[in-house]
Design a protein around this ligand. Structure first.
Ligand code: SF4
Ligand code: SF4
Length: 169
């Protein structure tokens, strides 16, 4: 059953809505007047089962639990275009991040790629793993063979600060 069908059977949960509003701190979700500027510029629109302005509206009405349990919130590519375009400081990006945080609190299944990215950052301080390059002669070279400087490991305390920042988002 798709999320849209599931939503038609859902009931609003005002307590969960309050939780999201608290997480949004200063974002005016309530002021969203459905102008659709966010949706018209959304990079992930084709992948989203619900459009960004629809997510906004559903959260405003209290249909939070279904969204927090769905895959849809992990499809946003966090390009922040909707933050730039929204005339009401109500951007879907922040709502989606708040829904992701709620999903993690509820121990919902987080896509593997996100868990990998978090481990990678904790381990190396980098969002992307080191890349090797292939020369015109089809030789594969790493940083060492190219005589590039070693990338330093993250400073002491980095992991604790990173995990705290994740919690606060
Ligand atoms: S979130 Fe902002 S841009 Fe999107 S529909 Fe609401 S007011 Fe318009
Ligand atoms: S941040 Fe997400 S919802 Fe907003 S425009 Fe980008 S992909 Fe779409």
């Amino acid at each position: 059953m798709g999320l849209t069908d599931l939503m038609s059977m859902a009931k609003p949960n005002l307590e969960s809505r309050e939780k999201i509003l608290r997480k949004l701190r200063g974002r005016e979700l309530i002021n969203c007047f459905q102008c659709i500027k966010c949706t018209s510029g959304c990079t992930a629109l084709k992948l989203l089962e619900l459009k960004p302005h629809e997510i906004e509206k559903l959260v405003n009405f209290g249909f939070v639990d279904e969204l927090a349990a769905s895959d849809i919130i992990w499809t946003c590519v966090t390009c922040l275009k909707c933050v730039q375009r929204c005339p009401q400081k109500a951007s879907p990006y922040h709502v989606i991040v708040a829904l992701r945080n709620l999903a993690v609190e509820r121990e919902a299944k987080v896509p593997e790629a996100f868990m990998k990215a978090v481990s990678q950052i904790l381990e190396t301080g980098l969002a992307e793993a080191y890349q090797k390059v292939t020369t015109r002669k089809m030789e594969v070279c790493d940083r060492e063979s190219l005589k590039l400087p070693k990338i330093p490991a993250p400073k002491e305390g980095f992991q604790a600060v990173f995990l705290k920042a994740l919690e606060e988002r």
